[in-house]
Design a protein around this ligand. Structure first.
Ligand code: FE2
Length: 236
């Protein structure tokens, strides 16, 4: 077992980049993001505009709300490790922050994506329960590539790029949207053209990480996603 990674200290320009990203994105999301996301973000005093957040403070707040915590990782990790951490209610985050000239485009997720995008929904018990179950099923299906791919598609179209319905309106939710100014603008223009979420639909729709999204799914009720995931797993 490797020693746990520690979060570095940051220089002022990095905190400034964080504040710029946060302020710009929070304003943009005000009338576009789901309350499921925004209410949690606004409830997190460990994740604010002021400075780059501390991983241990976010973990403490998540622990209290839903029992979740964060694990520092150097970057993208093998999918089996990722599933295993989710099953233990641990979400991975990097700790590097993009440069000021990278506000709008990154090849690999940085800490703004991993925390601003992914952490707030983990404060929500229903979403947190989904993520744990998703991890458990991922662990159980280790090495069964076709099924792992289906799970990765579910993650992509729900956790990264999903819309959820609130009061009859499609609202942006996925972390890939929440953490990207350009993606929010783009996704919002397509909100009238969403595909209705079905487990079969997302699991059979390929995705690419290198091009802007053209397909988004609308989830009517996130409790149904857990139910449908369990049904899919039980039928394998
Ligand atoms: Fe992500």
């Amino acid at each position: 077992m490797n020693a746990p990674l520690l979060q570095p200290d940051y220089v002022p320009v990095q905190h400034d980049t964080w504040s710029t990203l946060y302020r710009r994105q929070r304003e943009m999301l005000d009338d576009k993001a789901a309350r499921l996301y925004l209410d949690s973000l606004d409830a997190m005093d460990s994740l604010t505009e002021a400075t780059i957040p501390r991983v241990d403070a976010m973990t403490a707040q998540l622990q209290e709300a839903t029992g979740w915590g964060l694990e520092i990782v150097p970057g993208l990790i093998p999918v089996d490790d990722f599933f295993a951490l989710l099953a233990q209610q641990r979400f991975c985050t990097s700790t590097w922050v993009r440069r000021p000239d990278q506000l709008d485009y990154l090849e690999e997720p940085d800490m703004f994506h991993d925390t601003f995008g992914h952490v707030p929904p983990l404060m929500n018990p229903k979403f947190a329960a989904f993520m744990k179950r998703f991890g458990e099923i991922g662990v159980a299906l280790r090495g069964r590539d076709e099924h792992v791919l289906a799970l990765q598609r579910l993650y992509w179209y729900f956790v990264e790029f999903g819309f959820v319905e609130e009061q009859g309106m499609p609202m942006a939710f996925g972390a890939g949207i929440m953490s990207s100014y350009g993606e929010t603008q783009h996704a919002w223009t397509l909100r009238t053209d969403l595909r209705k979420f079905t487990m079969e639909g997302v699991m059979s729709t390929p995705f690419t990480t290198t091009e802007i999204q053209t397909t988004y799914f609308l989830i009517e009720d996130i409790s149904e996603v857990i139910r449908d995931l369990n049904a899919w797993y039980a039928a394998l």
